[in-house]
Design a protein around this ligand. Structure first.
Ligand SMILES: [Zn+2]
Length: 269
């Protein structure tokens, strides 16, 4: 209790979060009390924790150890980031790291714009547009601050703020470990899909329904080899349709970008 008395804002945060908890019935739909600066600070801590977890397992592909892969991936990500459609393009660091695990077809983002992509996802996909689409989806979760809202409703604002103070180390480990498995509400998934289309449209390069390519491929291959991204992002049928309908409306479905950077990346892994 002494800690709380010394930090009245923490106590206030707790009261506010308790006060709103009962009125927020919809999943993750509560008022976001976490500031953008908090997103950035928490993102930094969670990313450092994620890095060290995968580094300890020998699975973090260090940027310096494979500059070819990182340069190619960086070019793809930058096209999406520079679409002119992000809200926090200049506020968040937007770094991207590769986790070396060919068995996992997944990608995730921390709050505040640190992106992680598994080698298994890169190897699973067929072309650069699909990868840009999936990355766009993850970028949207961070840029639209879905991850922060989800974490706030799961852990409460006071716990998140205590992480920023370097307290609750175990919870930080827990948060970092859970990001790849975080289940967003259907509304957030739909919104991230929709922003993926807008980002890809803004590249003036990729066909903007790239994210649908992933789901179509996964659906074709059936249940036998369900990629992890699909288990955390269910309901492919209507998602494919929603993405394609929006892409059709925006008139950006029929571009044919080459896959030079994607092939360089894939071959370098
Ligand atoms: Zn998602």
């Amino acid at each position: 209790m002494r800690r709380f008395l010394l930090k009245p804002w923490l106590l206030l945060g707790l009261i506010v979060s308790l006060g709103t908890a009962s009125s927020c019935s919809k999943d993750g739909d509560g008022v976001l009390l976490f500031s953008v600066e908090d997103d950035i600070a928490l993102g930094q801590k969670v990313a450092a924790e994620t890095d060290s977890t995968f580094r300890a397992k020998g699975q973090l592909l260090e940027p310096g150890s494979n500059p070819t892969a990182y340069a190619a991936l960086g070019r793809i990500v930058t096209r999406v980031l520079d679409s002119g459609k992000l809200q926090y393009r200049n506020e968040f660091p937007w770094d991207v790291k590769i986790i070396r695990d060919d068995q996992v077809q997944n990608a995730f983002a921390t709050p505040g714009g640190h992106i992680y992509v598994y080698s298994g996802l890169i190897k699973y996909l067929d072309n650069e547009t699909e990868l840009a689409g999936v990355l766009g989806h993850e970028i949207a979760h961070a840029d639209r601050r879905h991850t922060s809202r989800q974490l706030q409703s799961q852990y409460g604002i006071s716990v998140l703020l205590s992480l920023l103070l370097g307290e609750n180390e175990n919870t930080l480990v827990d948060v970092a470990a859970s990001l790849g498995q975080l289940k967003f509400s259907r509304d957030y998934e739909t919104e991230a899909d929709s922003y993926s289309v807008e980002y890809l449209n803004g590249t003036n390069y990729y066909a903007c329904d790239g994210a649908a390519g992933f789901f179509i491929k996964a659906e074709k291959e059936g249940q036998a080899a369900t990629p992890e991204f699909l288990s955390t992002h269910p309901n492919p049928g209507s998602r494919i349709q929603n993405i394609q309908t929006k892409a059709e409306q925006m008139g950006c479905r029929n571009r044919t970008a080459n896959s030079n950077d994607f092939n360089t990346l894939k071959n370098a892994l």
